[in-house]
Write a protein of this length. Structure first.
Ligand SMILES: NC(=O)c1ccc[n+]([C@@H]2O[C@H](COP(=O)([O-])OP(=O)(O)OC[C@H]3O[C@@H](n4cnc5c(N)ncnc54)[C@H](OP(=O)(O)O)[C@@H]3O)[C@@H](O)[C@H]2O)c1
Ligand SMILES: *[C@@H]1O[C@H](CO)[C@@H](O)[C@H](O)[C@H]1NC(C)=O
Length: 314
């Protein structure tokens, strides 16, 4: 008789345990998250990570191949869509798909992650359209996507997670990239204050340096050579014959030291911003961001200029 009771309580205990495990995974089951730029890097890892946790992930990819590879690596719950954030019509059709998908629940999370780095380099080597190419994706793209998703986010009292950078706090290089990230910081601050009334929370991710597509030295160097090659001879002369090679060598050297391969540090911050009861306004991602770049950004300009010069000249 006693053993029958203990047997009963054991199986009851087991069922309760299973119920908890089930509820734990069910927790995010009805929550939809839309992420831009899921072909590679942070966006790709975040999509897979949230899919595993039970979220209903809708992943925007720039290329067919990126979308197919992601779909093959994830559960059938995850949906992929083609999205080019510089193309308003492409955003409109994605919003339409998401609206049908989420129904009355609305959209819980929007992660503005898509971005590009090149053309990046000395300011004088740029033409106006080089700035525009980067600003169009990293800043205007973020604004366009956010504005078009706001009605669905308001419905869910959801979250917006914008990927800025430590380069949105400290301009380490010329070109549109730093400008675009400063813009993302400012846009996110306005958005956070304006949307507080509707219960929408806005978080900014400020990663340090990580090994991904945007920090690829092959990509950046190939583009630097293009910028150099089209400079008028007198401008080249003003820099000197070895400037480009020295620049490329120094940049390769420092990127190699600076870039961390552990991009889960960034996706952890994104996940926290989407799931925590009290998400933070800003997340410095990586040791370099937390303990070097962001503190440096608070110091007077003559100090940061000195430090940045020393780092650039080696
Ligand atoms: N890695 C770092 O050290 C670092 C640091 C701070 C901030 N960030 C930011 O983190 C975000 C993610 O970058 P990542 O480091 O993960 O590099 P990544 O692997 O290059 O990811 C960026 C993604 O955005 C996509 N993309 C580019 N242009 C697009 C467009 N017009 N429309 C839609 N998608 C577009 C890219 O597609 P393709 O690959 O097909 O071009 C790529 O999949 C970016 O906003 C970046 O600026 C990165
Ligand atoms: C994205 O859209 C822009 C403008 O609509 C276009 O110039 C660019 O080639 C597109 N990029 C890709 C990879 O399709």
């Amino acid at each position: 008789h006693a053993s029958a009771i203990s047997c009963f309580s054991q199986s009851a205990l087991q069922s309760v345990l299973w119920l908890f495990i089930y509820l734990f995974f069910l927790r995010w089951n009805q929550k939809h998250v839309f992420i831009t730029g899921c072909d590679s890097g942070f966006g790709n890892l975040l999509a897979r990570q949230l899919d595993q946790k039970g979220f209903r992930v809708i992943a925007g990819c720039l290329t067919e191949k990126g979308a197919a590879d992601l779909a093959a690596a994830t559960s059938p719950r995850l949906k992929t869509l083609l999205l080019n954030v510089t193309d308003s019509a492409s955003i409109r059709s994605v919003v339409e798909f998401v609206r049908r998908e989420v129904g009355e629940r609305g959209l819980w999370g929007l992660v503005n992650n898509a971005g590009r780095s090149v053309p990046i380099g000395p300011t004088e080597w740029m033409q106006l359209e080089d700035f525009a190419k980067v600003l169009d994706v990293n800043l205007i793209g973020v604004i366009d996507v956010t504005l078009q998703f706001l009605p669905l986010l308001k419905k869910a009292k959801g979250r917006v997670v914008n990927v800025a950078s430590i380069l949105g706090r400290l301009s380490l290089t010329g070109g549109g990239y730093c400008l675009s990230k400063w813009g993302v910081e400012a846009f996110s601050d306005s958005l956070r204050r304006d949307m507080q009334h509707f219960g929408i929370k806005v978080s900014i991710i400020e990663p340090g340096f990580f090994k991904t597509g945007v920090t690829s030295v092959d990509l950046i160097n190939a583009d630097l050579k293009r910028l150099w090659a089209r400079l008028p001879q007198d401008v080249k002369d003003s820099y000197g014959a070895t400037y480009l090679d020295d620049y490329i060598r120094m940049q390769g050297f420092s990127m190699n030291i600076l870039c961390s391969p552990d991009i889960s540090k960034v996706t952890w911050c994104m996940e926290h911003a989407l799931t925590a009861q009290h998400p933070r306004t800003r997340y410095g991602a990586g040791w370099d961001a937390k303990f070097f770049w962001i503190p440096l950004s608070y110091l007077p300009s003559f100090v940061s200029d000195f430090v940045v010069n020393v780092l650039a000249k080696g």
